[in-house]
Design a protein around this ligand. Structure first.
Ligand SMILES: *Cc1c(COP(=O)(O)O)cnc(C)c1O
Length: 415
């Protein structure tokens, strides 16, 4: 597959080869990651990367667009069908630029916006003070209830009544529970705010119908395409027809130049895959696996924020285990289990070395792993955290992890 790179550039080739090995021999639990299909890989590696196509299908600023327009229209039509959306823009380079484009389209600098706090599961684009969103707009941040670990919709409502935001962002990067979309929309309506949903993490589960969709209710919806949706790195923006013009103008020429048509082709291929019955099976298994992994961890004394999960995502607070999130991440890396350290709500520890770890099942479910493998994974996590300074014990676990993983090939990696 990489013959040309191999012959021409041994340094890049070597790193790709080692990364193939890492991906195939380890358990990938980072909840924002997934493995795309061979077809998506081919689209992303295609000659479409050669083409400039500023503008939109039928209204481009360069010649030679007949095939590019076909591809972008396919991506748009399939995304509309997948999410039952009125309007879709498939050009955002990634999730952060997509969110920025929405703010740029529908707000004035300095406007008041509500978003979830970063350490309660929000994203940096939802008003982190040092990020563009937090500098350009006046973000008022809501949180989760300390006791339940869940969103407190009455708190959201009271904040909205007090601050009268122009927009309410409902979006979550480390929140394991279902979202009450209708309640969010009702609060936005009560104060006259634009309702924006950022479903980056759960889009695949929403598309498959295994989680409720905000698309019928919300004014604007953004999502990355590379998480549970299992497409290439990128994002899309969906909106009601009345916001379509403003959104399109904010993406181009407001924020971006030429769209990445090779990535848009990858999105089109991935959306077609997500429209198949097999994808619904996949999404159901992602949820089942997450539930099973959560229960298996609880059985071993792990404390989960909110007590469990309704989605693909699990957040564990390791305080009672006497280990920090960072030390856990480092030890688990040594056995080939990849996850990320994460803050827990109102974390007393700093973000670089927080109290928790975040896990998810989208990637391992793509490999075909099921409940039995979740049980093994929980056992390995537990064992690893009890032998973090014992290199021999860690090496033994790594061997067991590798043996299991090699039975579940990663799409696009031949071993
Ligand atoms: C991942 C994520 C993003 C940003 O996506 P990038 O592609 O990394 O820029 C935005 N919002 C949420 C909720 C996310 O989970």
């Amino acid at each position: 597959m990489y013959d040309f790179i191999k012959n021409q550039d041994s340094e890049v080739y070597g790193a790709i080869e080692r990364e193939e090995q890492r991906q195939s021999e380890g358990i990938e639990l980072i909840p924002s990651e997934n493995y795309v299909s061979e077809a998506v890989l081919e689209a992303c590696g295609s000659i479409l990367t050669n083409k400039y196509s500023e503008g939109y299908p039928g209204k481009r600023y360069y010649g030679g667009q007949e095939n590019i327009d076909t591809i972008e229209n396919l991506a748009i039509d399939r995304a509309k069908k997948l999410f039952c959306a009125e309007h879709v823009n498939v050009q955002p380079y990634s999730g952060s630029p997509a969110n920025t484009a929405v703010y740029f389209a529908l707000l004035e600098f300095g406007d008041t916006v509500m978003g979830l706090k970063l350490d309660h599961g929000g994203h940096i684009t939802h008003g982190l003070p040092i990020a563009f969103s937090g500098r350009a707009y006046h973000f008022v941040q809501y949180g989760v209830n300390k006791k339940t670990g869940r969103l407190d919709m009455e708190e959201v409502r009271q904040l909205a009544l007090t601050h009268k935001p122009k927009m309410i962002v409902a979006g979550f990067t480390a929140y394991p529970r279902d979202i009450e979309w209708k309640k969010f929309k009702a609060i936005a309506d009560e104060v006259g705010a634009i309702a924006m949903a950022d479903i980056s993490h759960t889009a695949g589960l929403v598309a498959a119908g295994v989680l409720e969709s905000p698309v019928p209710y919300f004014d604007v919806i953004t999502t990355t395409t590379h998480k549970t949706l299992r497409g290439p790195r990128g994002a899309i923006i969906m909106c009601k027809e009345k916001y379509a013009k403003a959104i399109d103008r904010a993406v181009f020429p407001g924020l971006q130049g030429g769209p990445h048509e090779h990535a848009i082709a990858g999105k089109a291929v991935a959306f077609q895959e997500a429209l198949q019955p097999a994808f619904r099976e996949y999404a159901m298994q992602v949820k089942k696996n997450a539930h099973h992994l959560a229960e298996a961890l609880k059985k071993r004394g792990f404390e989960l924020v909110s007590g469990g999960t309704d989605t693909h995502l699990i957040l564990a607070d390791l305080t009672n285990k006497g280990i920090s999130g960072k030390d856990a991440q480092v030890a688990l890396d040594k056995v080939g289990i990849t996850l990320n350290k994460n803050t827990v709500p109102d974390d007393p520890r700093p973000p670089f070395d927080p109290s928790g770890i975040r896990m998810g099942t989208p990637a391992i479910t793509t490999r075909g792993m099921k409940e039995a493998e979740m049980e093994k994974t929980a056992e390995w996590i537990d064992r690893t955290l009890s032998v973090i300074n014992d290199d021999k014990a860690l090496a033994d676990i790594k061997e067991e992890v590798k043996t299991l993983c090699l039975k579940f090939p990663v799409p696009g990696i031949k071993i």
